[in-house]
Design a protein around this ligand. Sequence first.
Ligand SMILES: NC(=O)c1ccc[n+]([C@@H]2O[C@H](COP(=O)([O-])OP(=O)(O)OC[C@H]3O[C@@H](n4cnc5c(N)ncnc54)[C@H](OP(=O)(O)O)[C@@H]3O)[C@@H](O)[C@H]2O)c1
Length: 244
Amino acid sequence: MENILGSAASASKTVLITGVSRGLGKALALELAKRGHTVIGCSRSLDKLSSLQSELASVSSENNKDNKHLIMDTDVRSNTSVEELARAVVENKAVPDIIVNNAGTINRNNRIWEVPVDEFDTVIDINIKGTANVLRHFIPIMIENKQGILVNMSSGWGRSAAAQVAPYCASKWAVEGLTRAVAKELPAGLAIVALSPGVINTEMLQSCFGNSASLYPTPESWAPKAANMILNLTVADNGASLTV
Ligand SMILES: NC(=O)c1ccc[n+]([C@@H]2O[C@H](COP(=O)([O-])OP(=O)(O)OC[C@H]3O[C@@H](n4cnc5c(N)ncnc54)[C@H](OP(=O)(O)O)[C@@H]3O)[C@@H](O)[C@H]2O)c1
């Protein structure tokens, strides 16, 4: 399959993914490592991160076995933690070719006037400000490197709306707007897109869909198609709103 995707997709790349402890981020990290790419990953659950580190090492393809994946305990809500991650990446000479701003959360199903203040803030802090923290510290590194593709994980609910998830919808519409605006700021060689992953059975989907989440595809079956799309993005995609 990889052969027909062309050299851009088959050359070994360094891909930074936020939110790799479970769900889409974890499945994408393992899929990319399996294809010989180097993964830089972060999230907050230390125990899950250490088991991911071993899983990444075991799935890494033969030709990439010397590559060191870099997994860090980073909360994207913290500007200083993301700054430390960026410093570690530069020190390890692991400047990403692609960044996937995947870390995200959703409010528990509730009408807006029933959503606790803290929960609204958490959705905004992770989904919007967390994404902005990564852009703030990594775009200058990519500019220095004269190339880079940024993927902001959006949602169907970043382009449509539903009851009970207003904070989440607001945050993902913001991600779409942020992406389009930043696309106008990037210099040649860089591109940024908003990517809706589709509807996939993860803990997040179980939170909003309940038992019917099990009717949807698994992250593992989603990851190959998502990886193909992400690896094939080019500067011509700058500013696009795409769907896996
Ligand atoms: N699943 C779907 O159908 C669907 C549909 C549309 C859009 N999306 C988007 O796809 C992305 C992934 O969703 P998912 O379904 O895989 O969700 P998930 O299963 O809940 O996983 C979310 C990931 O984000 C990490 N994360 C959350 N807060 C973080 C923080 N402050 N700092 C660092 N990492 C953090 C979590 O790790 P820790 O908790 O360990 O930090 C976890 O690894 C999200 O942006 C979501 O909005 C998903």
